[in-house]
Design a protein around this ligand. Structure first.
Ligand code: ADP
Ligand code: MG
Length: 248
């Protein structure tokens, strides 16, 4: 495969008659970070749910490295290398940091020894080595979320989908997370989709942006280009912001 990617084509999703996604496409390449932006309720989480198989579209296809995976269950897609984080933390509080990650490695079929070495590398990569023997329940919020992402990576995914990973973090915590995320695509031949509302953060991190509003893509391309699109400014910040921008 010349250019491996995770692709959604012409996705339509309806929830009891309401059209949450209306003919949306998305392409995520390896070694890139794609920012998915848009107002609350625009369909961002739903699009991630379609990629992972948590939501079944009315129509449209999902391809992983060229193969149609639309009929696969979420856990089957995880085995193909598509991993996600959730908007809420889901760690085992009564296990240590290292154990939380190890359990995930063993669940995907690693031997105990393989799991250990994968865990060591991740703890290091995520600046968590000092916490390896701490109970997950004792961690502060930012550390806990980093463990959650480290755990998603232990299965060596090819595509990582992050739904507001920095929500609730303070500036130091989110800065630290962004530094880690920035390195991952090259280091791990990984493609990342990240949803976040913090525009300065998204702009520092992402190679490409896709903006959606009311279930439709309203702009995509380079970070600077998309950020300046009037439709994006208006959808994101309201017509007043567009007015202000025009007079700036
Ligand atoms: P975003 O992540 O951009 O805030 P969502 O994808 O969560 O938006 O939601 C898009 C729209 O679909 C919203 O109107 C939301 O209320 C609706 N929606 C999302 N999930 C469900 C669901 N499981 N059942 C019914 N409606 C849903
Ligand atoms: Mg959401």
């Amino acid at each position: 495969m010349a250019n491996p990617s995770l692709q959604a084509n012409s996705i339509v999703v309806e929830f009891s008659g309401l059209r949450a996604l209306d003919n949306v496409d998305l392409t995520l390449n390896r070694r890139e970070i794609l920012g998915l932006i848009g107002p609350n309720g625009s369909g961002k989480t739903t699009l991630i749910n379609v990629l992972t198989g948590q939501v079944t579209p009315v129509s449209g296809t999902v391809l992983c490295d060229g193969e149609d995976i639309g009929a696969l269950l979420p856990r089957q897609r995880a085995l193909r290398g598509i991993m996600r984080s959730f908007q809420t933390v889901r760690l085992f509080g009564n296990l240590t940091v290292a154990e939380n990650i190890e359990v995930a490695a063993i669940a995907k079929g690693s031997s105990r020894r393989q799991a250990r070495s994968g865990v060591d590398r991740l703890l290091e990569e995520f600046s968590l080595t000092d916490y390896r023997s701490e109970l997950a329940s004792s961690l502060n919020y930012g550390d806990e979320r980093r463990v959650e992402i480290a755990r998603a990576l232990v299965a060596d995914p090819k595509y990582l989908l992050l739904d507001e990973p920095a929500a609730g973090m303070n500036e130091e915590e989110s800065g630290m997370l962004m530094q880690i995320l920035k390195r991952l695509p090259e280091e791990r031949d990984l493609g990342i989709v990240i949803i976040d509302h913090d525009m300065p953060l998204i702009m520092r991190l992402c190679h490409r942006l896709q903006a959606i509003a009311q279930g439709k893509t309203i702009g995509e391309g380079g970070v600077d280009e998309v950020r300046r699109l009037p439709a994006v400014i208006e959808a994101y910040l309201g017509a007043d912001a567009l007015e202000a921008e025009n007079h700036a």
